[in-house]
Design a protein around this ligand. Structure first.
Ligand code: NDP
Length: 298
């Protein structure tokens, strides 16, 4: 078997078109455009690249955006003061603090200072808590984007055995919660693996759906999966590549060639999950502007 490719770029473009149309409709009777405020602390080149992709996507769908570039010496107090300013600014619908933050800042503390009604990344404990009790919330963009891929390709989730490799707050954990909890889209029997999982293969080999978000190139190889598995490779890793002008190439967490031989569907890296994450951010920002998750009176 050679897996069919899940084309995240294509699906993300369809989603972005939907958001663009919705934004046009939203502003057609005089309402202001949705506004996303991005905050970058420091000059991490990865963060700069992600922010560029996000602000370009905003321009593409008609969402206004501003980016604060703050020095990596900023104190937690100063940063939270800036965030509080955006919390109370009625013209700002969504606030995104690009992670990772410099080590002297606690990402938990900083994220918690964002008004949860503007937390379009879906990282605030209020939104994560609502996710765990299957209530409307800002769903974390990467897992939410993966569910859009399942929907687009009619890949069934209910009653399947889903294995998530990686348990971070931004990908693995919310992915596992959605897979196991969400009544409308989930209800898979879900296993979550992390660094302390003994014998990873024992779990991955029994997966119908395998979602890998560990940040470890080539962690999953063909012999670790069963025939017909659906593989979602979230990992984005830079590995040295002398043949490339940049000196590196991007690879996922799966050994693509050997896993593809066994799988029925697989996401490529790049062009799989990444564009979906950005598209879902656009969707969440529009939901924030429309106050769809948290209506004004709540
Ligand atoms: P983190 O480093 O925060 O988390 C990695 C998780 O993987 C942790 O739970 C860790 O376990 C687990 N892990 C690491 N090594 C192993 C191993 N050998 N076996 C089993 N589990 C392991 O990373 P993120 O979740 O932020 O990101 C994961 C990857 O996804 C990265 O490559 C990142 O670049 C990419 N990413 C891609 C996005 C996209 O849009 N495509 C969006 C966000 C991230 P433990 O909990 O025990 O430490």
């Amino acid at each position: 078997m050679s897996a069919k490719l899940i084309d995240g770029k294509k699906v993300a473009e369809l989603l972005r078109k939907q958001v663009r149309d919705d934004v046009d409709f939203w502003v057609s009777d005089g309402r202001r455009r949705p506004f996303l405020q991005v905050i970058q602390v420091g000059t991490d080149p990865g963060s700069t690249t992600y922010i560029r992709a996000k602000t370009r996507a905003c321009e593409d769908v008609g969402i206004e955006t501003g980016t604060d570039r703050l020095p990596d010496t900023i104190s937690a107090r100063e940063l939270k003061q800036i965030i509080r300013g955006y919390n109370t600014n009625d013209k700002v619908d969504g606030i995104l603090v690009q992670l990772p933050l410099p080590s002297h800042l606690s990402s938990h503390d900083v994220i918690e200072s964002i008004d949860y009604r503007k937390d379009v990344d879906g990282f605030h404990p209020m939104n994560v808590g609502r996710l765990t009790v299957d209530q409307p919330t800002f769903r974390s963009c990467t897992p939410a984007g993966i569910f859009e891929l399942f929907k687009h390709y009619s890949i069934p989730v209910k009653s399947k055995h889903a294995v998530v490799v990686g348990a971070s707050n931004i990908v693995g954990s919310p992915m596992a919660i959605m897979l196991s909890r969400e009544n409308s889209t989930g209800k898979a029997t879900t296993t979550i693996c992390h660094k302390f999982t003994k014998d990873l293969t024992q779990h991955t080999i029994s997966a119908d759906l395998l979602i890998v978000a560990a940040g470890q190139p080539n962690l999953i190889k063909g012999e670790m999966v069963r025939e017909g598995v659906v593989v979602i490779d979230v990992g984005i890793n830079r590995v040295a590549d002398e043949t490339s002008e940049k000196g590196y190439k991007l690879v996922g967490d799966c050994h693509f060639e050997s896993v593809r031989e066994k799988a029925s569907w697989i996401t490529p890296v790049p062009g799989g999950v990444g564009p979906m994450t950005v598209a879902m951010l656009m969707k969440n920002t529009l939901l924030a502007a429309k106050k769809s998750i948290y209506p004004e009176e709540s």
